[in-house]
Design a protein around this ligand. Structure first.
Ligand SMILES: [Zn+2]
Length: 424
């Protein structure tokens, strides 16, 4: 049973926001700085204002609603997520966390609570990287990790740079640096996100409290052989890059199986050159995405992949492995993890500690301020698709965890409301 958050109010916010899609009837498509993005930002601004927040758009288009504290000079508690989407995605990935922030503000208003330190609700741009690539752009700019001078060299598919798109959106790219926050200026960051996987629903659990984000690596593999005529080159005289690549490929998923320890391995991209039906392939490239909670597992799997690929070479075939990305696992704040878990328990919720297999804004902010991340169940584990779904009652239970924790982090001891919403 929900004790604080109002499922109907959350539903109205999320479904209202979902009107702003470039692909109505085919899921949520909301690219950063697009006309739909502007309309969504205006909508969120109105929602934040009706929750009693004073709202500003920062220098890169993040929307920030502030609930002033008794001491405005204290570093704010930041709560939020992103409001851009993948192409033809769902309505919960990102907006669930924005709704968590705004509903928290509504609950402070409903209960007549004034925090000691300010609370800022943030709706962030370009987490998915759908338009300008890379992803996690808002959090990387806020924390100073991404230099705003580079925005002029981030083009979208139409060749429009992020700086140009910002200008068209009504922002001054030369001022983008003003969105950077100073170290120590954020007290803590709380994010709620849909799980995007099947675990919570399958286990009948209400919330997952994330303790870390997985480590990940991306490899690019290239097999090189000799092109030739498909009809005139005898089988014994071939040096077929695809035959070598497939020999390696067929063994790769088994490495992660055998490793266990929650390791996953995916080959998601494969290119065969020159790509003629009657030509022996001379070059095959594919990617390997490796993720695991423990850094040594990721490193061990990289080594095993290299060995398997090396064995598939020879007889004139060369195989090359390039490590394109390596990110160590990111621990979130143990103190916030314990607090969120304890509050879930006090709310009577079934919870578990989780490792996130996907990167989120929380992953970047964790290096900047104490960060906590709450997962709510995704129906059938589906995400990045129009079928993405989280029950609004479940979402409200996750928001209760955020709200009660926000109370502890901003109110004097003993002032947090102990009972459900007061009769209105
Ligand atoms: Zn997301």
């Amino acid at each position: 049973m929900t004790r604080f958050a109002d499922p109907q109010r959350i539903r109205s916010l999320i479904e209202g926001l979902d009107a702003f899609t470039a692909t109505p009837g085919r899921g949520t498509t909301r690219l950063t700085y697009s006309p739909q993005f502007r309309a969504a930002s205006d909508y969120l601004r109105a929602q934040m204002e009706s929750a009693g927040l004073s709202v500003r758009e920062d220098a890169i288009g993040n929307l920030v609603g502030r609930l002033e504290g008794r001491d405005p000079g204290l570093a704010p508690l930041l709560i939020g997520s992103h409001f851009d989407s993948v192409p033809n995605g769902g309505k919960f990935d990102g907006p669930a966390g924005v709704a968590a922030g705004i509903e928290t503000a509504f609950l402070f208003r409903d209960h007549g609570l004034t925090p000691e330190r300010p609370i800022e609700i943030i709706a962030m741009i370009e987490e998915e990287g759908t338009r300008f690539g890379g992803g996690l752009v808002a959090s990387r700019i806020l924390t100073g990790e991404l230099d705003t001078a580079s925005l002029g060299s981030l083009p979208d598919d139409d060749g429009i740079t992020m700086a140009q798109a910002m200008a068209a959106y009504g922002l001054d790219p030369a001022q983008a640096g003003r969105a950077v926050r100073q170290p120590g200026s954020v007290h803590a960051f709380l994010e709620l996100h849909i799980e995007q996987g099947p675990v919570l629903e399958a286990q009948g659990e209400d919330v997952g409290i994330v303790e870390r984000i997985v480590g990940m690596a991306q490899l690019k593999v290239t097999f090189r052989g000799q092109a030739g005529h498909a009809g005139t080159t005898p089988m014994t005289a071939r040096c077929d890059a695809l035959v070598g690549a497939v020999a390696a490929l067929s063994r790769l998923p088994g490495l992660a199986y055998a490793m266990g320890r929650d390791a996953v391995l995916t080959v998601g991209k494969l290119e065969v050159r020159p790509g003629g039906a009657n030509v022996i392939p001379d070059r095959v490239t594919f990617t390997i995405d490796i993720r695991a909670p423990a850094e040594e597992v990721v490193r061990e799997l990289i080594g095993q992949c290299r060995a398997v690929i090396g064995q598939a070479g020879g007889n004139g075939l060369t195989a090359e492995v390039e490590e394109q990305m390596f990110v160590a696992p990111t621990p979130l704040s143990p103190e916030l993890h314990d607090r969120l878990l304890r509050n879930a328990g006090q709310l009577g919720l079934k919870s578990r500690t989780m490792v996130s297999g996907a990167g989120h804004d929380a992953m970047i902010l964790a290096g900047f301020a104490p960060t906590g991340l709450v997962f709510v169940p995704s129906h059938k584990g589906i995400s990045h698709a129009p079928e993405e779904w989280t029950d609004y009652g479940q979402l409200a239970r996750g928001i209760d965890v955020i709200f009660t924790s926000a109370c502890e982090l901003t109110l004097p001891a003993g002032q947090a409301p102990a009972s459900p919403r007061p009769a209105s």
